[in-house]
Design a protein around this ligand. Sequence first.
Ligand code: FAD
Length: 657
Amino acid sequence: MSIRDLYHARASPFISLEFFPPKTELGTSNLMERMHRMTALDPLFITVTWGAGGTTAEKTLALASLAQQTLNIPVCMHLTCTNTDKSIIDDALDRCHNAGIRNILALRGDPPIGEDWLDSQSNDSPFKYAVDLVRYIKQSYGDTFCVGVAAYPEGHCEGEAEGHEQDPLKDLVYLKEKVDAGADFVITQLFYDVEKFLAFETLFREQISQDLPLFPGLMPINSYLLFHRAAKLSHASIPPTILSRFPPEIQSDDNTVKSIGVDILIELIQEIYQRTSGRIKGFHFYTLNLEKAIAQIVSQSSVLSHIVNESSEEEGEDETGGEIRSIENIPIEDADGDIVLDDSNEDTVANRKRRRHSSLDSAKLIFNRAIVTEKGLRYNNENGSMPSKKALISISKGHGTLGRDATWDEFPNGRFGDSRSPAYGEIDGYGPSIKVSKNRALELWGTPKTIGDLKDIFIKYLEGSTDAIPWSDLGLSAETALIQEELIQLNYRGYLTLASQPATNATLSSDKIFGWGPAKGRLYQKAFVEMFIHRQQWETTLKPKLDHYGRRKFSYYAGDSSGSFETNLDPHSSSVVTWGVFPNSPVKQTTIIEEESFKAWRDEAFSIWSEWGKLFPRNTPANILLRQVHRDYCLVSIVHHDFKETDELWEMLLDQA
Ligand code: FAD
């Protein structure tokens, strides 16, 4: 069960996989299906991320425990110690112990930007750096837990805002401290520059350990936008030789980007394996909860493809040799019911009904698919069999039911994906937070004292003169330029816009502005906008107007920081707002706005107002303003359903009558 022992016991190259806990119940249910399919990749272990400060504690513990008890793959739970009471750490470790989890990735985590955590923690918290957590686990639990730590081939980014450059040599001292404190294995930050990793590996072997397991962290390239964002967030450089493989004309063709990405990762693995003479034999994937690209990499890589080719004789057998029997004989709902893509737009009502049903039953579904073997609980698929190696081929090629299940959410489209998708949510899975340093936040947004100052921040973002707001550092998409003037006008009127899209009707998938997905497709979008509005403005002006038009024209969700929620749709409703029709393929829906995801995001969106407010001393004008907005504003999301009338949403919102 210990990753260190398992590592030394395996001779041929292998992989390990990182997942994050999905935000929604159905996302978790679908992730369990996905993790189960991915056991066909024979990972040495899987890891589950932990939101710094314990923001995802319950979700992480639940997912890690369920996976440990049902997948028959050792689970490693991430645990961060910054901003965290000792009691939370103790509770998490005890619960891991009880669930049979024996591997912990001990991390410091990043504090919310408003916390002067280094000073405030120094006196009363035993945890300042990851090394303190490593020591604590080893002292309190002896060898119960095998403990891993993080490393940074290009150097950790701390201090960059103050002008310090990333320097792997600076961090090496502290990495050694973590290893001396008892760390059993090391996983690196993601990187794309193989030379930097190889230089780091040499330093690691010379100065830290000849034989400690060192896992390079690799992130498949799932879309051009996400590739850049992930590299930026992780402070990983992208060598020009890799960048030049994505010329502008293919950047919006997700299939082409993904396939080039698969080649790049295969080459990277090959290079690392050969040039370290096999010293690096385990490759850790940041999956982002997606599976297809990883299945393709494994099946096409000369280093890893033995995983697919070997042991075909195992197929269909239960590796434990134990009898497989269902816990209950309740008929299992067809997996298609959970994750089918609509084949036509008219079909959405029927599919919605099925999904609603699935959502209610998702907990039952997880339980039903667990099976009892002589060695305990394991996760099962709908036929009562464990995944075979053939499954891997289906996943990587997108063939058959497995292939379709694996690929239904393969065009992740920012936060507004599909909350049923396991991949829906944060890009790093470390919880909601402002993703810039305190100094950078002050530089970008200054010290707002009035609502006018807040409007200016949102307007500057729309005008392109600042490249982030606290909720988003993605920058604006090209399509936003089409409604830029309308959005600016809305902000002048106090509607602080967070996200939006213009409508489009049967646009080519190669379109420079709207394009995504495979070539020769047609794309459709309904216009939507999401914004913060003062509660009074919502109740007296906007809501009556929307109610006047009715929900066939405009549907809405609204809620505030107290957890309130209102809608003009039926309970558990959803609206598909982006979909594409492609040759020889079912209709693909990339963006669904629905109640469950709105509620999850509402809470996160308001927590960011709080985090921003904490940047300023209590009771200063900026702190008071941001707390008032947190208290008095609503988050409102409006979808316009008549997508052929491209201007109607904006005209309605800007109409003073
Ligand atoms: P540390 O090892 O404590 O290092 C942090 C910084 O402090 C470094 O700059 C280091 O040089 C410096 N330092 C360390 N010790 C000392 C010392 N004694 N004196 C002075 N300076 C010191 N974040 C999450 O929130 N959740 C996750 O699940 C998560 N998973 C991750 C998984 C991996 C594989 C990696 C690479 C990162 C992950 N992170 C996660 C992000 C991580 O928490 C951040 O990168 C964080 O800033 C550093 O964590 P650490 O454990 O490396 O910290």
